[in-house]
Design a protein around this ligand. Structure first.
Ligand code: F6P
Length: 375
């Protein structure tokens, strides 16, 4: 069997705390344990297309464990659909050639669900890839957790803690928007940990009247302030029904023009949904008579140093990844399974999303402490 001599490492999709800890873990372990050279690929798959790489030696890997972001840079490009001058081109062949030109025997892709899909598309073209899961949304399928989630959970929880005292002083409702377009792990986890009175997640469409009732009944019991933790992708029942209708038309669309038409409708609906948190705050103010303020936590959740839990997760996934590379195990994602890890074939990960199951213990726990989930 041909010995692995050189690998490339890239980070793709949205950044998060812990990416550098993964890069360091993979780089140090391949070099130290197996004498494999590592190079950093700049800006995700874009760097593979444009052939932008640099050596990752002991010096460049030192001092980055605790640093937020990614020393490699990142991007959200899709190699099979690259747009330039109004044309869409499949550049996966260019990537394969650049890997060969640079003597890369393997490429490590650190990313979320989009990255897992791109990686699978490249594996199908013959690029030897192994992936690692990262996302503050915690929605990568087939892994217990992903790098970045624990840190973001801590940041969002602290924010909700801080909002409590000011909401209490002013007898206000404060609606805190937490990241998470399609999955509510972060809002649910931070909402429970921060003691939010209402938690709204994409998996449970909400009824604004029921939220207002929960807030009013708190006021009647003497607590005339409330914290609402809302995932950015949470939907009212009305919006959820509209999204469902368009999506079911999409599933039935057969012709290219019908697909384009439904695609445009979905984009329009997405556009209208923006500002949902502000709309909700306005409705709650009207329905409860309490003053309502909004805090959008946004990119604060993706910045800064990783938590100890994320550093540990990053290092153990990364070092197992190095071992798998040495054994030439490709086309898999290194998933976290309890205290252990498991290589999962990419076709079982890509095109799936890990949403919060409605029977998840966190949901039961939230309801048990009288938190309204808006349903
Ligand atoms: O990393 C996932 C995520 O944080 C989502 O929760 C969020 O909607 C999205 O990234 C936004 O990322 P960007 O604006 O960088 O594309």
């Amino acid at each position: 069997m041909k010995r692995i001599k050189r690998i490339g490492i890239l980070t793709a999709g949205g950044d998060c705390p812990g990416l550098n800890a993964v890069i360091r873990g993979v780089g140090k372990a391949v070099l130290g344990l197996y004498g494999i050279e590592a190079v950093g690929i700049r800006d995700g798959f874009l760097g593979l297309i444009e052939n932008r790489m640099f050596p990752l030696d002991k010096t460049s890997l030192a001092g980055i464990l605790t640093v937020g972001g990614t020393i490699l840079g990142t991007s959200r490009v899709k190699p099979h659909r690259m747009e330039s001058n109004g044309r869409v081109r499949d550049l996966r062949g260019v990537i394969l050639k650049n890997c060969q030109k640079n003597g890369l025997d393997a490429v490590v892709c650190i990313g979320g669900d989009g990255t897992q899909k791109n990686a699978l598309r490249l594996v199908e073209k013959g690029v030897p890839i192994i992936t690692l899961p990262k996302t503050i949304d915690n929605d990568v399928a087939m892994t217990d957790t992903s790098v970045g989630f624990d840190t973001a959970l801590g940041i969002a929880t602290e924010a909700i803690d801080r909002l409590h005292s000011t909401a209490h002083s002013h007898h206000r409702i404060i609606v805190a928007e937490v990241m998470g377009h399609r999955a509510g792990w972060l809002a649910l986890g931070a909402g429970i940990a921060g003691g939010a009175d209402v938690i709204l997640i994409p998996e449970i469409p909400y009824d604004v009247k029921k939220i207002a009732r929960a807030i009013r009944s708190r006021s009647e019991r003497g607590s005339n302030f409330s914290i609402v933790a809302i995932a950015e992708g949470a939907l009212s029942r009305e919006y959820a029904a509209r999204f469902r209708a368009v999506k079911s038309r999409k599933a039935r669309a057969r012709s290219k023009s019908a697909l384009a038409q439904v695609g445009a409708e979905l984009a329009e609906l997405d556009q209208q949904h923006k500002g949902n948190t502000l709309r909700l705050a306005h409705q709650l103010e009207k329905l409860t008579g309490l003053e309502c303020r909004v805090t959008i936590l946004g990119y604060v959740q993706r910045g800064g140093a990783p938590s100890a839990v994320d550093r540990l997760l990053a290092t153990r996934l990364a070092t197992v990844c190095a071992e798998l590379i040495q054994k030439r195990v490709f086309g898999v994602m290194v998933a976290a399974r309890g205290e252990s890890t498991s290589p999962v074939p990419l076709d079982q990960v890509a095109n799936k999303r890990k949403e919060v199951p409605l029977n998840h213990p966190w949901i039961a726990a939230a309801r048990a402490v009288d938190t309204s989930l808006g349903d």
